[in-house]
Design a protein around this ligand. Structure first.
Ligand code: T3D
Length: 263
């Protein structure tokens, strides 16, 4: 395992998986500027690397992430609110969505404010049974950011999203699963093992095809059916030109396990 040095996140390369761990457990992994910029940098590294084929995001300690570090937010010498949103969180959300590799989030504890919405922007979210999601913004007079007003309403519908955002109540993992916010709930002690197993499976799959799937899903938010069907045709042709497509078909016909290279 190779380790790149960061201070407020851990960035571990495990085979073709990049494991990113938010690492300010004393403040429930809430984001200050440095941690936000480190996460952005790590996501860029994942995007640029031809070796990394899946990204795993989790938190250290008892929380996933409590959103913005509120002591930084009210520090008169700290970054402005505009900068916090535009320079810290928006690039994180855009990088998670634009990176054409699966991003798996293992929500190990409470995910509040921007922390909840960063989790929901990931491709596949698994949560510990004791984890919870809180749209905490309304409790301090703010509005949901980090893509919350975009993703949460699409995941759970306008009514539930509005209630979560206005009431700011804690939504437990099991409830989040029933609402369609997340993919799976795991026993607390099994979360990391199960989420990493999903990540390993994805890292061995045809990465280009998964990336193009993500591109199509991203585009579907803005496209008409006609536009989306056209895009699917273009992306399918691109997927059909990959090594992994040929390998998948050959392996099927030869009745053997495929060996995908992510190319
Ligand atoms: O400029 C802008 O702010 C714009 C950007 C907005 C993005 C946002 O994310 S706004 C939303 C910010 N987040 C919150 O409002 C959540 C605040 N935290 C909480 O409500 C609670 O901590 C939790 C519900 C998440 C967990 O509660 P609990 O009882 O399990 O833990 P706790 O005792 O409240 O927290 C433990 C420690 O973490 C505590 O420090 P201490 O007393 O041990 O020294 C607490 O102060 C610290 N902590 C928790 N969340 C934050 C935090 N410190 C700074 N900022 C936090 N967000």
């Amino acid at each position: 395992m190779q380790q790149v040095t960061y201070s407020l996140i851990r960035f571990d390369i495990q085979g073709s998986i990049a494991k990113i761990t938010l690492n300010r457990p004393d403040v429930l992994n809430s984001f200050n500027k440095q941690m936000a910029l480190e996460l952005q940098n790590a996501l860029d590294d994942c995007k640029d690397s031809t070796h990394i084929r899946a990204i795993y995001l989790t938190g250290e300690g008892r929380a996933f992430c409590a959103g913005q570090d509120l002591s930084e937010a009210i520090d008169p010498d700290g970054p402005s609110m505009k900068s916090i949103v535009e320079d810290h969180y928006n690039p994180i959300i855009k990088k998670i969505r634009e990176i054409e590799k699966p991003v798996i989030c293992a929500v190990n504890g409470v995910a509040a404010g921007a922390g909840a919405n960063i989790a929901l922007a990931c491709d596949i979210v698994l949560a510990a049974a004791s984890a919870s999601f809180i749209q905490a913004f309304s409790k301090i007079g703010l509005i949901p950011d980090s893509g919350g007003t975009f993703f949460l309403s699409r995941l759970v519908g306008l009514q539930r999203a509005t209630a979560m955002m206005m009431l700011g109540e804690k939504v437990k993992a099991e409830q989040a699963l029933q609402f369609g916010m997340i993919y799976k709930v795991c026993e607390d002690v099994k979360l990391q093992e199960e989420a990493m197993a999903v990540t390993k499976m994805l890292a061995d799959m045809p990465t280009r095809g998964l990336g193009l799937t993500k591109r199509a899903l991203n585009a579907s938010f803005n496209n008409s059916l006609d536009e989306q069907l056209k895009l699917e045709g273009e992306l399918q042709a691109e997927a059909g030109r990959t090594h992994d497509y040929r390998e998948g078909v050959n392996a099927f016909l030869e009745k053997r396990q495929p060996v995908f290279r992510g190319e």
